[in-house]
Design a binder for this molecule. Structure first.
Ligand SMILES: Cc1ncc(C[n+]2csc(CCOP(=O)(O)OP(=O)(O)O)c2C)c(N)n1
Ligand code: SF4
Length: 269
């Protein structure tokens, strides 16, 4: 099915600002699903609240637009009820790692098969540009007019340490790579985390004098490098992108739960 048929056209025009990166992520996600030839009825998309979470409203899958920070908890319930479904959870950096941080690490720890996409614009876009746990030290935000004194999480390292079995990073500039990574993440039989650096020109870009959307995407081009490249050794400030973890060996949570139920039914301990 052409990816355009996955859209709920009646909900357009979308709410995103001109130049917002989230629409690029939506395009990559739909192309990935198209390449995997997954039918509309076999995808459940679950989101919280935020500009990024609005993706859920625009796709013609089964969708749940839930509470801020709680998308992974709802998604866990859906996946455990019907494990054959492809569960995809698009989240903002605030949604995933501030209010939703606990759900994030525990979903990773359990290795439940779903795809968590963290659309990292380093700010709370929907509520007016406050700093998030992914805003960098020294970044400016609506509520950090003298600079943010917190340090940011590294999503890749956090997901890896928490036990996620597929961990990757890309950017909206690298749309083809993002599509390919999301395709692999959806096909992965465990908890998959894909961080996508996604520009918010309206708040993060403006507050941090990064220019418009085009300049912000050029920054992604110039300040990232493929994982394991020599460029990173020469310039440690470069952000690596690519697949960092891909491990199909760890038991998946729904499979373990099914075995547990069978053991209980047999009366075995
Ligand atoms: C329980 C709760 N707390 C706070 C909010 C307000 N709120 C809505 S979206 C949001 C943050 C959005 O930022 P992010 O998740 O990074 O997504 P973005 O809008 O940047 O894509 C907040 C704090 C809420 N809706 N519910
Ligand atoms: S406020 Fe930022 S994140 Fe939200 S739609 Fe506008 S550009 Fe995108």
């Amino acid at each position: 099915m052409p990816f355009k048929d996955y859209l709920r056209k009646r909900f357009f025009p979308h709410i995103w600002c001109p130049g917002c990166g989230h629409g690029i992520v939506l395009g990559c996600l739909l192309r990935a699903i198209e390449q995997l030839a997954i039918g509309k009825n076999d995808v459940v998309m679950v989101s919280g609240i935020g500009c990024s979470s609005r993706i859920c409203g625009y796709v013609d899958f089964h969708t749940l637009h839930t509470l801020h920070g709680r998308a992974l908890a709802f998604a866990t319930g859906v996946k455990m009820s019907v494990p054959r479904l492809n569960v995809i959870v698009p989240m903002g950096d605030g949604d995933a790692l501030a209010i939703g941080g606990n759900h994030f690490i525990h979903a990773a720890r359990r290795n439940i098969a779903m795809t968590a996409i963290v659309m990292n614009n380093r700010t709370y876009g929907m509520t007016g540009g406050q700093y998030s746990p992914l805003s960098c030290h020294g970044d400016f935000a609506t509520n950090a007019p003298y600079g943010n004194i917190d340090h940011d999480f590294d999503v890749v390292e956090l997901a890896r340490a928490a036990g996620a079995t597929f961990v990757a990073r890309s950017t909206t500039f690298h749309a083809r790579q993002t599509t390919e990574i999301i395709r692999k993440a959806i096909a992965h039989p465990g908890f998959a985390v894909v961080e996508v650096l996604s520009q918010c020109p309206t708040y993060y870009g403006r507050k941090n004098k990064q220019g418009g959307a085009a300049e912000m995407m050029e920054w992604y081009r110039d300040n990232t490098t493929p994982v394991g490249s020599k460029a990173k050794q020469q310039n440690p400030t470069l952000i690596e992108r690519g697949i960092f973890v891909q491990d199909a060996g760890k038991p998946e949570y729904c499979c373990e739960y099914k075995k547990l139920v069978e053991r209980a039914r047999r009366g075995a301990s």
